[in-house]
Write a protein that binds this ligand. Sequence first.
Ligand code: ZN
Ligand code: ZN
Length: 160
Amino acid sequence: MQVLFNCPGCEQTRLAAIDSQTETIGCPECRWSRPIPPGAIQAGAPQACLVCGCGDLWRQKDFPQKLGLAIVALGGILSTIAFSLYMPLTSLGVLLAFALADLLLFTFMKDVLVCYSCHARYRNAELRDDHPRFNLETAERYRQEAARLENSRHAAGSPP
Ligand SMILES: [Zn+2]
Ligand SMILES: [Zn+2]
């Protein structure tokens, strides 16, 4: 399993390889580390976020949204070119082909787990089919919690 996370110590994106034998997750640069409690990873999937301890993780396709948009945009451009060259069928074909490519890519992409609190991403975890997907209410709860923390930090006058 791979964990892509934003290091709480130096705020850089780090990648860590984790298996059921791994005892700590940490940052090679700033020496931030956090022990992984026994039983935190069960049947190949984290029961809670290994970076921040948050118990809510959602599953989603490991599909970079930018790539999806780029494919659609490229299809649109090529299709427009074909249309301007008086090839309406080619134009339509190009559009359909790119939409299909997008769909196929999305279908065969593996799922990842994402932490609601720190947005760490867990790749290659063994996921149950019924693992909860993204829930806006839960996300909103975490977002407000983070905003409250941020506010109280500012109120206390400590540097951000
Ligand atoms: Zn770090
Ligand atoms: Zn987390």
